[in-house]
Design a protein around this ligand. Structure first.
Ligand code: C2O
Ligand code: CU
Length: 480
């Protein structure tokens, strides 16, 4: 009798074990990404409480460029190259025109830009995404969604007419976490007026192979600026984590955030600022009599301005205090507005399989990529998103093709600002709003590109949008 009980017990345990293994196996199997797939076919459609209206189908490829003769035309050739930082250190980089950062693109608001991307020798392909510019969907540069990645020997022409001015940047959106890290990016400055008064510098900050650099300066870049001249510095964080900058010897004022002008906001003299991944700050000040400049905290990379082009940066605090949310009085915004859709996007971590890999992965609304939500909107909608960071990571959430207005943080009204990237610190929550005015399929992802590659990536799609492009290994399209 006892023996029989033991046998039954063992059998039950064994069956339970098999069932569990079977369950794990099934989870593993169904987590694997197909070699070729339509990103639209995967996500779980979420309409944010709005209606599912009947609609005509349109292809993202149809949201195409303006016609006409370009005002600014250039070719960017992607290729492997060894670059030399100012200290003499050499780095193996992936470059545009053998430079990293790539050439700065400058144009006037309203001008037609035409960029021909050529891939010389990057085996995994390349694209160009215009970070922060609300371009037509077909120009957005997302491999597997708005185009195919450009293979070695191939080319792709981008054309658009920006209706924005400010500090932006461009970068590959094929294998972005690897490609951007290795140097496939550059600054993009759009001016409102043909001529700027005073002294201006564009400062893309990047870590090359463990070495922080401003442009290619991993040391002190000394420049000559006479006292009294108005100075504007365009700071761009092209890394995947926040960068801290010491602002020394000046009385800085933040005049633009993420390519959008803000009412000038004073940074207390001697304080530092922190810029989230992908973010841009434009700061302005009057050149003092002595030395002024910025330094990447805990590195040797710095820009130093003085009337003689010599000197040392004065000591100053490394602690960032400037906060865009409190840079001015809190103002409840869009309070009585009727939102057509309200979405919730919650970031957590979850144990499971991501493309066959077991582990603790990033999840969106409780799901691992690619079974993440797809937010469906209609043209004209006023859309609200509650972004919730229920994790201990920092997540700079970036929406393509639109600017969002930040309404609140941790349920408290902020001094609102318009941005393309909302940096969420651990356990923060934000409410943002945008007008759906740019039809297509648009990525919404974390700009810590490692996080994006680890699953923090999804799409906002306009009802009826379809894409002829496919993501996946055999399609050679992997935007993250
Ligand atoms: Cu700057 Cu989708 O990225
Ligand atoms: Cu993240």
């Amino acid at each position: 009798m006892k023996d029989r009980l033991v046998t039954i017990g063992a059998t039950v345990l064994m069956l339970a074990g098999f069932a569990f293994l079977g369950f794990l196996g099934w989870q593993w199997w169904q987590s694997r990404l197909p070699a070729r797939y339509d990103v639209m076919a995967y996500g779980v459609v979420d309409r944010g409480g709005g209606a599912a209206l009947p609609h005509a189908h349109f292809s993202v490829a149809a949201a195409k460029e303006p016609t006409g003769k370009p005002d600014v035309r250039m070719t960017l050739t992607a290729q492997k190259s060894r670059i030399r930082l100012a200290s003499g250190k050499e780095v193996d980089a992936w470059t545009f025109n053998r430079r990293a950062p790539g050439p700065e693109i400058r144009l006037l608001r309203g001008q037609l830009l035409q960029v021909t991307l050529v891939n010389k020798d990057l085996a995994d392909g390349v694209t160009i995404h215009w970070h922060g510019l609300d371009v037509p969907n077909a120009e957005d540069g997302v491999a597997g969604v708005t185009q195919d990645s450009v293979p070695p020997g191939g080319r792709f022409v981008y054309r658009f007419r920006p209706d924005q001015d400010g500090t932006f940047w461009y970068h590959t959106h094929q294998d972005a976490s690897e490609g951007v890290g290795k140097g496939l990016f550059g600054a993009l400055v759009i001016l409102r007026y043909p001529r700027s008064l005073g002294y201006e510098a564009t400062l893309p900050i990047h870590t090359f192979d463990g070495h922080a650099a401003i442009g290619t300066h991993d040391d002190v870049d000394r420049r000559r600026v006479p006292a009294g001249v108005p100075v504007r510095l365009r700071l761009i964080n092209t890394d995947s984590s926040p960068v801290r900058l010491r602002l020394a010897g000046m009385k800085p004022v933040v005049v633009a955030i993420d390519g959008a002008e803000v009412k000038p906001a004073v940074v207390p003299a001697g304080e530092a600022i922190e810029i989230g991944a992908g973010g841009r700050y434009d700061i302005a000040f009057a050149m003092p009599d002595g030395v002024a400049g910025v330094e990447v905290v805990n590195s040797r990379a710095a820009l130093l301005l003085s009337s003689t082009g010599t000197g040392e940066l004065p000591a100053s605090s490394k602690r960032p205090v400037f906060d865009p949310a409190t840079r001015g009085p809190a103002r409840p915004t869009l309070v009585g507005a009727k939102f057509d859709r309200t979405f919730e996007l919650k970031i957590t971590q979850k144990v499971g399989f991501l493309n066959g890999r077991p582990g603790r992965h990033w999840a969106l609304n409780g799901k691992l990529y690619p079974r993440v939500p797809m937010f469906e909107v209609e043209k004209g909608d006023l859309v609200r998103i509650n972004l919730i960071n229920d994790s201990s990571g920092v997540h700079p959430m970036h929406l393509h093709g639109h600017h969002v207005l930040v309404l609140s943080r941790n349920r408290k009204a902020v001094s609102p600002w318009s941005t393309d990237t909302v940096e969420m610190l651990p356990h923060e929550r934000y409410t943002v709003a945008f007008r759906a005015n740019n039809p297509g399929v648009w990525m919404l992802h974390c700009h810590n590109l490692k996080h994006a590659a680890g699953g923090l990536s999804m799409h906002v799609m306009y009802a009826g949008a379809t894409t002829p492009f496919r993501a996946g290994k055999s399609a050679h399209n992997d935007p993250e």
